[in-house]
Design a protein around this ligand. Sequence first.
Ligand SMILES: Cc1cc2nc3c(=O)[nH]c(=O)nc-3n(C[C@H](O)[C@H](O)[C@H](O)COP(=O)(O)OP(=O)(O)OC[C@H]3O[C@@H](n4cnc5c(N)ncnc54)[C@H](O)[C@@H]3O)c2cc1C
Length: 320
Amino acid sequence: MTEIPKNAVKCLDKGFVRLVDSMGGDDAIVQAARVSYGKGTSKVSQDRGLIRYLMRHRHTTPFEMVEFKFHCKMPIFVARQWVRHRTANINEYSLRYSEARDEFYYPDPKQIQFQSALNKQGRSGNVPKQLTDKLLKYFKEISERSFDMYKELNEAGLARELIRAILPVNLYTEWYWKNDLHNLLHFIGLRSDSHAQYEIRVYSDAMAKAVKKVAPFAWEAYQDYVISGLRFSRVEQSLLEQRLPDRVIDDILEDVAYQITATLHNNKRREDADLFPLYQKQGGSDSEDDFKLKWASGEIEIGNVRELREFKTKLKQLKK
Ligand SMILES: Cc1cc2nc3c(=O)[nH]c(=O)nc-3n(C[C@H](O)[C@H](O)[C@H](O)COP(=O)(O)OP(=O)(O)OC[C@H]3O[C@@H](n4cnc5c(N)ncnc54)[C@H](O)[C@@H]3O)c2cc1C
């Protein structure tokens, strides 16, 4: 099996993730999206805005235009979880064809914890050293003993496709794994989440670094709208509608009017005299004096006009 290559990110005790190849990046997403909108080329800031729009509205196919091919080495029990992501193309090291190598995963003592009482799929709490040592001793014993048996059976000429079955699932395997950006982000969203098992999270986090480099705008949009975005169920929405006082919504709408004005001004400079009417056009209701004070404070955040207008529409829907 492969030693850890120079350009790979080390994962767990003996594994790694290495980006072998990628096709396209943010530009490929924009290029594909513009076919559907029939527009020509444009500036970088517009590319970012378009990618954010696509992510916000779950217009996903342009993200499938970007491809990633990774070479990964991981314990078999991690591969079992990983392989559930069905949209990838995989080619794995064959234990029918090749001999198994003496490479087993031994957890870092810091990762050895008790079964979580709250989360049936999790671990928590500190384990006394005596118990940690025992766990590691058992891991080693079973790995070494089963590998000795495997070697003996292999030397006796028995079929590798059968004798591999006596090896435990902490044995390392490796594969080439290719996926498109849309499905890779979905994988990272699920497997870098705190609910995912630590051992697969390490690999997902390593792949996330590659995505961030290859498609930084898409990565940023994914973080903003999917990972940090909130979606409300019908019941939650109805509670918000009932419980959020109109004055709170009005305050937020007021802020949004300032933000749209500042963003429009940032995108295309306006004369000072045009600013207050522009703010009023966005629904702002402060007096001209208050407007001037707030404007001079320099505390108004800039965003994306389309996104802010969509937010405004949603806020208005919450008003009774
Ligand atoms: C924290 C966690 C706990 C889990 N626990 C369990 C468990 O206890 N038991 C268990 O069995 N699994 C478990 N899983 C695996 C989980 O149920 C999914 O199988 C896995 O996360 C892959 O998700 P996916 O199908 O969305 O991804 P992918 O297979 O990558 O698919 C991506 C998307 O493509 C679409 N898609 C792909 N293939 C098809 C298809 N054939 N038909 C229709 N749509 C398709 C779907 O929209 C899907 O969301 C767990 C996963 C996580 C993250």
